[in-house]
Design a protein around this ligand. Structure first.
Ligand code: ASP
Ligand code: MG
Length: 421
């Protein structure tokens, strides 16, 4: 008997009709001879609505209270789905993050899973139940509920799959899998059959909203085979795993755009040892995730320093930076929310040259100015104006030929090994 962990996202459980459909899908999975653990997100836009509600009464709501509020979304959907399953004659039970034995650290709103005690879930499975777990939440050392960051139900699902040694973790969504680019932006975007953990990780952390990046990290670390597939139609989705067939022949696997980034520029900071360390130490202490960093050439012993971070964290960064800037007698801080980060990702980049040139060239041909650049072994990201982002993604998708299916395995072997330039 195989064990499946199935995760259903918010739009798959948006209303009663969706709940009934999902319940049928789970029933069919169980009837095919499998044991099933289900992880659900909050119904529809519940989480967004709850955040909006909180901000109406307090522009900077307390994070512990936010977690108390947001965790209710997943609790509600797990109970409703369980009722739908029971109505269809399926023996089912819902559990909260706490009841599922999910222990997290004490960072509110982006808590990390530290440990899972899956005994209760195992017991219910042995009793023949479908266990429906409220995603996105765990319990911290203070016995407080904490949530795992936006999209965190993915991480709940993968972590449970690892803890339960499930045969597969299926993430069921309102899309058919992982696409080469956002199909709403690029009409020719194509569903991929397979993608490596590393590529998925880079895409997820570059703004592709298909999976939470922490979930992919977890899957890679514990070798959980992840499948992203449609909750509406029954057909194969995208498999995320260590190795895929046409690994090297595909230079660019996918393109992502992140419009929720902001750029901070610190002007005329003293150019001497320890200054950058001091700034980033303070940002780290405030739990701010900094992405790209660029330091300009120094003039008269002073330099400009720019970095990007999630736009939502801007007010926190502001509070941290102002005293530091005063102390350092720096000129000023400038905040820019009109940016987007566009990234191209592919493991084949390691063995092909000229990829960066091709990217910059096509952006130039489209008169799109590049403000910042960063690279990893398998990714090139640029910061551009947000208004140019969709145009950039379409041009890149076209240039790198992503609408075509990748070549067969034999062709891959012949690809010459060259360095990217
Ligand atoms: N409901 C949460 C969110 O919208 C968690 C999730 O959907 O995974 O971010
Ligand atoms: Mg959601």
């Amino acid at each position: 008997m195989a064990l499946f962990v199935q995760k259903y996202g918010g739009s798959s459980v948006a209303d009663a009709e969706c709940m009934r459909r999902v319940a049928r899908r789970i029933r069919d999975t169980q009837k095919a001879g499998n044991r099933v653990v289900v992880v659900v997100s909050a119904m529809g836009d519940t989480t967004d609505d709850l955040i909006a509600l909180a901000k109406q009464v307090n522009p900077y709501p307390d994070e512990r209270e936010m977690d108390m509020l947001l965790a209710t979304g997943e609790m509600a959907s797990s109970a409703v789905l369980t009722m739908a399953l029971q109505a269809q004659g399926v023996k089912a039970i819902s559990v909260t993050g706490r009841q599922a034995g999910i222990h997290v650290d004490s960072t509110h709103l982006k808590a990390k899973i530290e440990q899972i005690d899956p005994e209760r879930i195992k017991r219910h499975l042995a009793q023949g139940y479908v266990v429906v777990v409220a995603g996105f939440q765990g319990i911290n050392r203070d016995n407080d509920v904490a949530t795992l960051g936006r999209g965190g139900s993915d991480t709940t699902a993968v972590a449970l799959a690892a803890a339960l040694k499930a045969d597969r973790c299926q993430v069921l969504k309102d899309v058919e899998g992982v696409f080469t680019a956002n199909p709403r932006v690029v009409p020719g975007a194509r569903k991929m059959d397979e993608i490596t953990y590393d590529e998925m990780l880079e895409l997820a952390s570059s703004g592709a909203e298909v999976l939470q990046s922490r979930a992919v990290e977890f899957a890679k670390k514990y070798g959980v085979v992840l499948e992203v597939l449609s909750s509406f139609v029954v057909k194969p989705g995208t498999l995320v795993r260590e190795e895929v067939e046409e690994m090297e022949s595909v230079i660019i696997r996918g393109i992502a755009a992140d419009k929720n980034q902001a750029k901070v520029t610190l002007r005329a900071v003293p150019d001497k040892p320890g200054v950058a360390a001091g700034i980033f130490k303070a940002l780290a202490a405030a739990n701010l995730n900094i992405d790209m960093i660029v330091q300009n050439m120094s003039e008269d012993g002073r330099t400009d320093l720019s970095f990007t971070l999630p736009a939502d964290d801007l007010h926190k960064a502001q509070a941290v930076l102002e005293p530091i800037m005063k102390k350092a007698k720096a000129a000023d801080v400038h905040f820019d929310t009109g940016i987007a980060k566009v990234s191209i990702v592919g493991v084949g980049m390691k063995s092909h040259s000229g990829v960066a040139f091709k990217m910059f060239d096509i952006l130039a041909a489209n008169k799109i100015n590049i403000e910042m650049i960063s690279t990893s072994e398998i990714k090139i990201s640029v910061v551009i104006r947000a208004a140019d982002a969709d145009r950039a993604v379409r041009a890149l998708h076209d240039t790198f030929g992503l609408s075509r299916k990748p070549k067969a395995k034999a062709a891959a072997k012949k690809a010459p090994a060259k360095k990217r330039g």
